[in-house]
Design a protein around this ligand. Structure first.
Ligand code: NIG
Ligand code: FE
Length: 425
């Protein structure tokens, strides 16, 4: 072997490579396969994975003299988590609404009386760009400490030209100021802002008109197409305009109500359809073989105290490619820890631990269009690798509510050690 590693991870009790699905997302039995190598090892050079095998195999191949060695000490090692759906850039929080909801007021009631998203819009508009970057960076740091090495972030708490551009600019600054890979999404159509309450279609026109200007700073365009959000016709207008401009598409559908979002996602060839808590069997069947990633967000019904969760297990059995994410946002899921989502996927969506882990790694990488670089531990990919404090991957959802991530490597660089950020940016 002539390529010499500069970093070597050894004694990985279970090395979950999640290999073999960089071209297409995992489905069916593939969702139960984590590509496990017992007592595994990974050789890394210049931030990229150059070899994967058992510790014995790799020790024979490489002379470790002068090479930095990380001993995983028999623990579980896997690709860094990809949080493929978040709204992580916002001002303030909504603790007050949480208290209201505990007293029985529903999320939609709060939204319809000017609270909810609109109260976060007010708080976000008030922040300077610098302050917005500062508060958002804290959220990203917490995510990183919990093993998330790539994050998709949506705009959508500005809802006017200046404020939406400020959020997208904040995301661009975070890209430079943070280790994580960040995928920006424009969600100008998050809700109808105060100024357009009497004329929602005029707001739809505003969103369509701003698309060329935001194109340079967002890869995806998304719309909240649901009860309390945008209609099918309004969503179609925005997303088809975005598609012509070269955006890739995401769509929030069936979170509160089924208003016909699935046929629209299919018509538009969206990259992902997100939420899907209220989905009928006929729509699950329609989604088959369409290649649309179904991004399930069980933290939302959990936090909103609702009983209708997306039928994750059934969707896996039907052959749909499933990804999972936090939906981190101040209203419906203020949870930065994607490990908690793995537990909810098992307990509330009926998924197995292996399915859930595939859903937050390689399939989530497909949902953000980065599966060629991240999401698995394979030769040629970025060394985005996390080392847990458990010896069996089933312990990840089992010991729930705590942080199992001991070490995080991003592009081969050790940035979390002993559950602390060590390389600050
Ligand atoms: O994905 N429902 C739309 N957007 C978010 C909620 C945003 C908020 O309540 O601030 C969601 O659930
Ligand atoms: Fe969302």
């Amino acid at each position: 072997m002539n390529l010499l590693p500069d970093l070597f991870i050894q004694n990985c009790g279970q090395l979950l490579t999640v290999a073999g699905a960089s071209q297409r997302p995992k489905i069916l039995q593939g969702m139960d396969d984590l590509g496990i190598i017992l007592n595994g090892a990974v050789a890394i050079k210049a931030g990229k994975i150059i070899d994967v095998g058992t510790t014995g195999q790799l020790e024979k191949k490489y002379n470790k003299k002068g090479v930095k060695v990380i001993d995983a000490m028999g623990n579980v090692v896997l690709p860094g988590f990809v949080d493929c759906h978040t709204h992580a850039v916002f001002g303030g929080d909504r603790t007050g609404e949480f208290v209201q909801r505990m007293q029985g007021v529903s999320y939609l009631e709060i939204l319809k009386t000017g609270g909810g998203i609109l109260s976060t819009v007010k708080n976000t508009r008030e922040l300077t760009l610098e302050k917005l970057v500062e508060v958002s960076k804290k959220h990203l740091d917490t995510m990183l400490l919990h093993g998330t090495t790539t994050v998709e972030i949506k705009s959508g708490y500005g809802l006017d030209n200046k404020s939406e551009l400020k959020i997208l600019k904040a995301i661009q600054r975070l890209k430079k100021a943070h280790f994580m890979d960040i995928i920006p999404t424009f969600l100008g159509a998050h809700t109808i802002p105060f100024e357009y309450q009497s004329d929602p279609d005029a707001y739809v026109d505003f969103v369509c008109n701003i698309l060329p200007e935001v194109k340079a700073s967002a890869i995806f365009c998304d719309v909240f197409c649901d009860d309390g959000g945008f209609t099918i016709e309004q969503t179609e207008k925005i997303l088809s305009t975005a598609k012509k401009l070269g955006f890739r598409l995401k769509i929030h559908i069936n979170e509160f109500k089924d208003i016909g979002g699935v046929p629209l996602a299919i018509r538009l060839c969206a990259t992902s359809a997100d939420h899907l808590d209220n989905i009928k069997h006929r729509d699950i069947v329609k989604l088959k073989k369409r290649g649309i990633i179904c991004v399930l967000l069980p933290g939302v019904p959990f936090f909103l105290m609702k009983e209708n969760y997306a039928p994750g297990r059934k969707m896996v059995e039907e052959g749909l490619p499933i990804a999972l994410a936090t939906d981190f946002n101040p209203g419906t899921c203020p949870c930065e820890n994607i490990q908690m989502i793995i537990t909810l996927a098992c307990l509330k969506l009926g998924m197995t631990s292996a399915q859930a882990i595939n859903a937050v790694t390689i399939n989530a990488a497909h949902a953000v269009g980065m599966a060629d670089r991240i999401g698995s531990i394979e030769v040629g990919k970025q060394a985005d690798i996390i080392i847990l404090d458990i010896q069996d991957y089933n312990q990840l959802p089992y010991y729930f509510g705590t942080n199992h991530v001991k070490k995080v490597l991003k592009k081969g660089r050790l940035i979390v050690e002993n559950k602390q950020l060590v390389d600050l940016r």
